[in-house]
Design a protein around this ligand. Structure first.
Ligand SMILES: [Zn+2]
Length: 342
């Protein structure tokens, strides 16, 4: 990563090198006019320095938070003129997660800008990493940052014979449902419905499992499997009202083998909320919902050991900590604008 200051230093060094070579190649005071090739060189260096300063000005960015933990979403803001199209989380030249930018329109006195939400996967280890912004002509800028430490809890879930079979027996329908889900979660729509905080999907605060738990499923057969819990479980009786956590469009309303009666809402391009194990579904695919719209009633359909709501947030296919956006907006306009424009 070459930051603004380093770029200027680099440019200055080039100018010094050029001056030195000018003196070396033109020692005689009688021939002070640079040769044609040197003129071209001077011009190139001048244009390069200009281009660098323009680019450095164009890639002012905001990163919220600046040191995310594994499993946490990061909001990135850049100016419209940056040309950023996508962002990739990188470590050691490996691409760990990706996302796309969308326009945040001007509102009242505020200017428009580009924003993206990228998730640090919960499996990524803490330490130095980089976010690379990419545009039509290649890399727009690289943002070094550090991923903070985080501990996750462990839990063991015993499954009876029927639930074991649900997870382990090959089933073409389950495979087809999985493919459809991934096709939805990995694509990005074009609509922006919501930039603010999410609201809790249920009135209850009783949680029976939290995000990122390292889970061991103990099968009835005696074997086991390890997974990571991708959302939050609210332990609520069957028949409890479940609400949309924010405005958006329903992109899936379907009874699925593993997740039971399920609803998925897209709030921003590539940013989805998911509601699983419902007893009834009140909404249909394609409809717009507002924050607080009743999506259905909770239940224990699909792979569930008891009545609960599984609530999950996905960012470009990657699960992310749902609590993050209960506490801060998806796109904090004021914080971003104060960093990218002065
Ligand atoms: Zn769950």
């Amino acid at each position: 990563m070459v930051n603004k200051e380093q770029r200027y230093i680099k440019g200055d060094k080039k100018m010094q090198t050029m001056k030195k070579s000018y003196r070396t190649t033109n020692p005689s005071p009688q021939s002070p006019v640079p040769s044609p090739s040197l003129k071209v060189y001077i011009l190139i260096v001048f244009l390069f320095s200009f281009a660098v300063s323009v680019q450095a000005e164009a890639v002012r960015y905001a990163l919220i938070p600046e040191n995310p933990r594994p499993g946490e979403p990061v909001t990135i803001g850049v100016a419209d003129t940056s040309g950023a199209i996508s962002a990739v989380l990188m470590r050691d030249e490996r691409r760990l997660a990706k996302t796309v930018f969308f326009a945040v329109p001007a509102e009242g006195e505020t200017q428009s800008f580009l924003a993206a939400v990228l998730t640090v996967p919960s499996t990524v280890r803490p330490g130095a990493a980089m976010i690379r912004l990419e545009g039509a002509k290649g890399v727009v800028c690289e943002i070094p940052f550090a991923i903070a430490e985080r501990e996750f809890e462990s839990e063991i879930i015993a499954l009876n014979t029927a639930l074991t079979r649900l997870r382990t027996t090959p089933d073409p329908q389950r495979t087809a449902e999985s493919e459809r889900l991934w096709a939805i979660l990995n694509k990005t729509g074009t609509e922006s419905h919501h930039f603010g905080n999410f609201s809790p999907p249920v009135g209850s605060t009783r949680r029976t499992s939290i995000y990122g738990n390292r889970r061991v499923y103990q099968y009835a057969s005696g074997t086991s499997d390890t997974t990571i819990h991708a959302g939050v479980d609210y332990g609520i009786p069957t028949g409890t009202a479940v609400f949309a956590c924010g405005p958006g469009r329903v992109v899936l309303a379907q009874n699925r083998i593993i997740t039971g009666k399920s609803v998925i809402i897209e709030h921003l391009p590539g940013i989805y909320s998911l509601y699983y194990h419902l007893d009834t579904i009140d909404v249909s695919e394609g409809t717009l919902v507002d924050v607080g719209t009743r999506l259905g009633l909770s239940g224990a359909t699909g792979l569930a050991t008891g009545p609960h709501l599984h609530w999950e947030i996905r960012v470009f296919g990657e699960n992310t900590d749902p609590d993050a956006f209960l506490e801060r907006p998806l796109i904090d306009k004021d914080a971003i604008l104060s960093k990218i424009y002065h």
